[in-house]
Design a protein around this ligand. Sequence first.
Ligand code: HMG
Length: 391
Amino acid sequence: MAADLAIGIHDLSFATTEFVLPHTTLAAHNGTDIGKYHVGIGLRSMSVPAADEDIVTMGAAAAAPIVARHGSDQIRTVVLATESSVDQSKSAGVYVHSLLGMPSSTRVVELKQACYGATAGLQFAAGLVHRDRTQRVLVIASDVSKYELDSPGEPTQGAAAAAMLVSADPALVRIEEPSGLFTADIMDFWRPNYLPTALVDGQDSIAAYLQALEGAWKDYTEQGGRALEEFRAFCYHQPFPKMATKAHRQLLRSSGHDSDDSRVLRDIGHTTDYNAAVGNSYTASMYLGLASLLESADDLTGQPIGLFSYGSGSVAEFFAGTVVPGYRAHLRAAAHQEAIARRRPVDYARYRELHGLSLPEDGGDHAVPPQTGGPYRLAALSGHKRIYQPR
Ligand code: HMG
């Protein structure tokens, strides 16, 4: 039986990059029929970071409005989930904590398991709040998705950060027990420390995602979770929006339900808008999907939402959230639409230049060219240290 501990997402905010590459530009360069991008994988454009943007600047930009609205006094923990980290030792969350002027009486940590990391962060946060309901946890998911130029994965790149405040009596979504869990030691997608771009077998990774969904859903039902027909909508990890369609169709079919286009559209249709414009934002992706759903669907008050989080390698979790009465007053639709709309389109040559950009590794003093119009930037490197500043 699903248990509601009245703990969950109190606020949700996302940020993305300065630049954007429309898929029409990529298709014109590589001769791909645009239908493959727009319809086949469901993407229209992908966010491209400026030279002075990374997971820290995006994470701070996503979290700043949350701290501005709620203050940081009750936030005793910051969890930053990423698979595009900037340091092997120091948590990127410590830079964000500093940029946001948060109190020193905070624990800060970084989590990694591919695109699943933020969901681990959310569940760990729920556990901390369960232990002390006066505490709040800031969970930040921030990633830059990068594949080799001219590889099949190239059109599924992107970048964004999502920040969530996890608290008791949340204003947006209550997270329920149980969760359905699945882990398998596989190599569908990975990035060794010495490579700037991910390695992937695309078709294998799709099969691995679908297998993980099956495993997580099976565990969810065995743990006493809700029946499929109780859910008003489903929100999936979206490496590209069409993946959510594939996943949901499989879930419907395998549990004996109609899986025609209208049913799939009804269940997931509102979750794909932001991801179609941003591309794969790895661990932030499912939470951009959740923001899209809450902001664009008709009233969801009291409705259960199914959430499926997948991280290659692989770990997956299926869980449910119930939408809280009054949630609409706390959404950030205008800011999110502005974050998408304000991005500046780059031509193919500029995109290629940004893709190939690497920061100096000699430990010298290097200013980073000012490019971002966002609130935080990577200003310089000095003595192997990254220097971040409010813009
Ligand atoms: P591909 O092999 O070049 O594409 O790459 P395809 O040939 O499979 O075509 C894609 C779809 O477009 C197909 O539809 C085609 O029929 C259709 P489907 O059969 O799948 O329904 N198509 C067209 N549609 C309309 N008009 C046309 C047209 N032409 C073709 N003219 C692939 C696709 C996704 C494999 C590639 O982009 C890739 O390797 N991406 C990266 C890996 C990835 O995203 N995997 C997803 C699962 S793994 C995951 O989610 C984890 C991840 O986020 C990482 C993490 O956890 O950290 C990636």
